[in-house]
Design a protein around this ligand. Sequence first.
Ligand SMILES: Nc1ncnc2c1ncn2[C@@H]1O[C@H](COP(=O)(O)OP(=O)(O)OP(=O)(O)O)[C@@H](O)[C@H]1O
Ligand SMILES: [Mg+2]
Length: 241
Amino acid sequence: MKEPVLTVKDLYKSYGRVEALKGISYSLKEHEILAVLGPNGAGKTTEINCLCGIIPFDSAQLYYRNELGRLPKEKLGLCPQELIIWKKLSLIEQLIYMGNLYEVPKNISSLRAEELLVNLGLIDKRRALAGSLSGGMKRRLNVALSLMHDPEILILDEPEAGLDPQSRILLRNFIKIQAKKRSVILTTHNMDEAERLADRLILIDHGEIIEEGSPSYMKERYSCSNLEEVFIHLTGRSLRD
Ligand SMILES: Nc1ncnc2c1ncn2[C@@H]1O[C@H](COP(=O)(O)OP(=O)(O)OP(=O)(O)O)[C@@H](O)[C@H]1O
Ligand SMILES: [Mg+2]
């Protein structure tokens, strides 16, 4: 069997007295789409940010393939939960700028930017300032920015938040195509989306993985007709953060 692209072992992270992650372990295979699910405040964003080196963790062993250590930044493409775009740059300008930051050769950068704009339905806005885009378009631009350096692992934190059904379908198909070229980790609160997209799910609650497996395994294991039922069965009905 092929080695995993990424392995996370015993990831712990506290914010003061809040134990956000209490020993998360999993691995990611090549071309796999892994969905990380969990209620608000479960620790999904913390987990992703620790993985990407955005915030320090308390302890963990992270492996890129079989190599223990910090994950090589250029292998990871993060689309963060909070939009990070340059409002006063046009779409094409900021994609090229992002390419420059990763030292992507200019000719490749231009072609890649155009291709991403086409595939994410943004090409007509290529010269518009990002600040003038609708919320859904900003989200899709956020996704495009994470791919300018052609990362081996794409990490999307709630990429479809606020998207209309049309954009959601576009993004879902886009992510499926991405998985032909790379591995994908995504978080979502949309159970239908998770079921349609993911090969495997990890369900986090209170900083711990409480279940993992394919969508069909989860439904069969808990005799539920859909993932939302599984989610509520395992995490309860009380409100979180
Ligand atoms: N900067 C911070 N300082 C203190 N506590 C934090 C900080 N960021 C997150 N937390 C806490 O850590 C826990 C995990 O938060 P996190 O944002 O990782 O959850 P999440 O699963 O991504 O939630 P959501 O679905 O709402 O995005 C929560 O209890 C949250 O309040
Ligand atoms: Mg989050």
